[in-house]
Design a protein. Structure first.
Length: 130
């Protein structure tokens, strides 16, 4: 199936893949060819793909939207960074940004979503041994 990961600055990856793993707001998802068509929102986290040769690739996404059809997955990310651009400092900046936003939020649901996103970023830091 065709996959593309697009941020406002650039196309991070486009090509044929076997599977895509997404940090969707409904829960982590694995997409394979023939998946039901759906649109989902992304939490901050790591998007991972297995390309047509069986190699894994990944990128950190701040959030965004995904359109899934049986033969195509299109990720429109608020921000997307390939692993070579992901640093402890960038993750820490993102955590501070979310903490600042959380403090300004008045409703419990929005604060919970910010807390969840912060927790995901802390997981990414641990996974990458930062």
């Amino acid at each position: 199936m065709h996959f593309e990961l697009i941020s406002p600055e650039r196309v991070v990856f486009a090509g044929e893949v076997r599977a895509v793993m997404l940090p969707a707001t409904e829960g982590d998802m694995t997409i394979m060819p023939g998946h039901e068509s759906v649109m989902v929102m992304l939490n901050p986290g790591v998007v991972a793909v297995t390309d047509s040769q069986g190699h894994g690739r990944s990128a950190f996404v701040r959030g965004g939207f995904v359109e899934i059809t049986g033969s195509r997955v299109s990720v429109l990310a608020e921000q997307a960074l390939p692993p070579e651009e992901l640093t402890r400092e960038r993750l820490d900046e993102e955590i501070v940004r979310l903490e600042t936003m959380r403090e300004a939020m008045r409703d419990d649901r929005s604060r919970w979503e910010a807390d969840f996103a912060i927790g995901r970023l802390e997981q990414v830091k641990t996974t990458l041994s930062f």
